[in-house]
Design a protein around this ligand. Structure first.
Ligand code: SF4
Length: 330
């Protein structure tokens, strides 16, 4: 219990919250909070356009996550201006912004095309950096070298959709890449010093809760700085909805109490050095095939998770063992 006691005496992330929280980490590094302005720059994905497959991931409907000001028919600058106006109405204090290339796979193009889009965003006076969401199979040495150069001139957060550590799942949801591809992309990014994050989904078909929990140990050993977790949300009109309707027993659907219990166990096993950006996803209710948790906003959910961690007197990494394959009991 020595390591556990050391952590409880003062968390390694140096603030009082019980997990390594993104906003606090960002403020510590960059000195201020910044709002993300989403951009749909008209990209597609290799499992949509036929290069690797068609139809995209079985759960995907990008409209469910894209704010209304994001339309690929609008120039990047216009999307930024409308996005900033939208945020200024909601969060008056925010003074600086990051351009979030969010929709589809935002490195799935030549370096010249990427440079044109990213530089346009960075030329906006209120944009201080970029967040680039992409897939592990949409980067190569040339693109990563370009991103490394760019990261020396502005804030740059790279974000990979990985979704699952299991190839059986990745294949079932039509990702078109393997977990090995994901590890290779993370290693290539980390070796260039890029600030790299990843996204995972809990509740994908065919995965047991035990398998999902074990992902905490796998993720803990990956060369990444940030993670976002989502519960599976079944979106209307997707192939996943059809699959769920035909075979609901293949899905671990979490009630809110189940998820609270699960996510806390997960966080306890997660490497405390990894910054957590999200615990849940929040698609607009009109897109959801089924509503399971009632109305809970993301900030309320974070509050409930922290409250429960307080009650249990637990924290991120309490059961993490840095030795390979080790998980501290408890
Ligand atoms: S990679 Fe992302 S955007 Fe592309 S189909 Fe899959 S979930 Fe949708």
């Amino acid at each position: 219990m020595e390591a556990a006691n050391k952590i409880s005496a003062g968390y390694p992330w140096e603030h009082e919250r019980r997990f390594n929280a993104f906003p606090d980490n960002f403020r510590k590094i960059h000195g201020t909070r910044m709002q993300k302005v989403s951009i749909d720059a008209g990209f597609t994905c290799p499992n949509r356009d036929g290069s690797k497959g068609t139809g995209g991931c079985t759960y995907c409907n990008n409209k469910a996550f894209n704010p209304s000001y994001c339309l690929p028919s609008k120039p990047v600058t216009l999307q930024i201006e409308e996005g900033i106006e939208f945020h200024k109405k909601r969060y008056r204090k925010t003074g600086s912004y990051l351009a979030y290339f969010q929709a589809y796979s935002n490195t799935f193009a030549s370096v010249d095309t990427l440079a044109g889009l990213y530089y346009e965003a960075l030329s906006h006076p209120e944009i201080k950096g970029l967040v680039i969401g992409t897939r592990p199979d949409c980067v190569n040495d040339e693109i990563l070298d370009f991103l490394k150069d760019l990261s020396e001139r502005c804030i740059l957060l790279l974000e990979f959709g990985i979704e699952s550590c299991y190839d059986k799942t990745l294949s079932r949801i039509n990702r078109g890449h393997s977990f090995r591809d994901a590890v290779a992309a993370l290693e290539a990014s980390a070796s260039r010093g890029l600030d790299t994050g990843a996204h995972f989904i809990f509740g994908l078909p065919g995965e047991t809760r035990k398998e999902m929990l074990y992902e905490a140990d796998i993720i803990s050993g990956l060369p990444l700085k940030r993670v976002k977790f989502h519960q599976l949300q079944i979106i209307r009109g997707t192939r996943m909805e059809e699959e769920f309707n035909n075979n609901p027993a293949d899905f671990e659907i979490f009630t809110w109490d189940d998820y609270l219990d699960f996510i806390i166990k997960f966080i306890e096993r997660l490497n405390p050095a990894i910054v957590i950006e999200r615990f849940t996803g929040e698609a607009p209710p009109r897109y959801l095939s089924r509503e399971v948790w009632g109305k809970k906003r993301t900030d309320q959910i974070v509050g409930l998770i922290e409250k429960r961690m307080e009650e249990l007197d637990t924290w991120q990494g309490r059961c993490f063992d840095p030795l390979p394959g080790g998980v501290r009991g408890g």
